[in-house]
Design a protein around this ligand. Structure first.
Ligand SMILES: [Zn+2]
Length: 307
């Protein structure tokens, strides 16, 4: 029987499992840097327009057909400047992060790929292209996944550990990711604050949820200044930290080089790191370490959550 994503409105309910984070941490914090610039829809790659998602003026100056040189430059800022600023911000503090890597984007910046390879940051595959997977046919999507894995093996030196689509997967994505093999988890869900198991084609498969809430994508909406973003995400951390005395959870924080890589926004990220680092009993970690921890401490019980 072909795997189908089921809706689950119940999840862990009132009594989520104790994740037993290392060191008895009250919250596991995972920072994610989305490496997308160079893989977005573009004229040179055949889409016939320049993508403008998460740039400075989305919608305002958008050219629906042909090259939008302003949007192209705003994307290029991300990989030329924002990337290095974010790398410095974490490496100077000795903090880990996870890279959601679009394969073609990393092919187009070998220096950045080498820096990721040397950093020890884990790479979760963010697709061959930063495109809408739900618009791909099953055969196209299978080919995108296969090409992405082969490409990342070349650029960052190892297979990606996890998978995460742009915004929304297709109904086939999870099954195709399992079919490709070699992935420890996918992050194609926003439904929880702890990992959980699903059964795909008879096998256990781990979901490590992601967040568009604790995310610099908020700058494209209501959040204007770094102080607003900082206080918004700090409140999430403080709430989870307080709750973590009894029910520890994980917290994903999503970052984009072409957004929070700008100086005015990077300042708010630095304040957030300062704030979190002032707390004891926090596990700032990579996504792969959360997945491995879950596999060891909460192995697949033979059926997925609420299956
Ligand atoms: Zn992304």
């Amino acid at each position: 029987m072909t795997y189908q994503v089921k809706r689950d409105f119940i999840g862990y309910g009132a009594n989520p499992p104790d994740p037993r984070w290392p060191g008895g941490a009250r919250v596991a914090v995972n920072f994610v840097m989305n490496y997308e610039e160079g893989s977005e829809p573009s004229v040179q790659d055949g889409e016939g327009y320049s993508e403008h998602g998460l740039t400075e003026a989305p919608g305002i100056a958008h050219i629906p057909k042909g090259r939008d040189l302003a949007a192209e430059g705003m994307f290029e800022y991300g990989s030329r400047v924002g990337f290095w600023r974010l790398m410095r911000l974490f490496q100077e503090r000795g903090l880990p992060m996870t890279v959601f890597g679009c394969a073609l984007a990393l092919e187009r910046n070998p220096e950045a790929a080498a820096a990721i390879r040397e950093s020890g940051f884990d790479v979760c595959c963010h697709g061959w292209r930063w495109v809408k997977h739900y618009e791909l046919s099953e055969a196209e999507e299978r080919e995108h996944i296969r090409r992405a894995v082969a490409s990342l093996e070349r650029t960052v030196g190892h297979r990606p550990d996890g998978w995460y689509c742009r915004y929304g997967p297709s109904e086939n994505t999870r099954r195709l990711v399992v079919e490709e093999g070699g992935f420890l988890y996918d992050s194609d869900s926003y439904a929880d604050e702890l990992p959980w198991w699903v059964t795909v084609e008879g096998k256990g498969h781990l979901v490590v949820p992601y967040s568009l809430t604790n995310n610099d994508g908020k700058y494209a909406g209501a959040v204007g200044t770094s102080e607003q973003w900082f206080s918004f995400v700090r409140d999430a951390f403080d709430t989870l930290y307080a709750e973590g005395a009894r029910t520890p959870k994980m917290m994903s924080v999503g970052l984009h080089m072409r957004l929070i890589g700008h100086p005015a926004r990077a300042a708010g990220l630095a304040r957030l790191l300062d704030h979190i680092q002032r707390h004891q009993d926090v596990w700032i970690t990579r996504r792969i370490d959360i997945a491995r921890h879950w596999v060891r401490q909460h192995p697949y019980p033979g059926r997925g959550l609420n299956e």
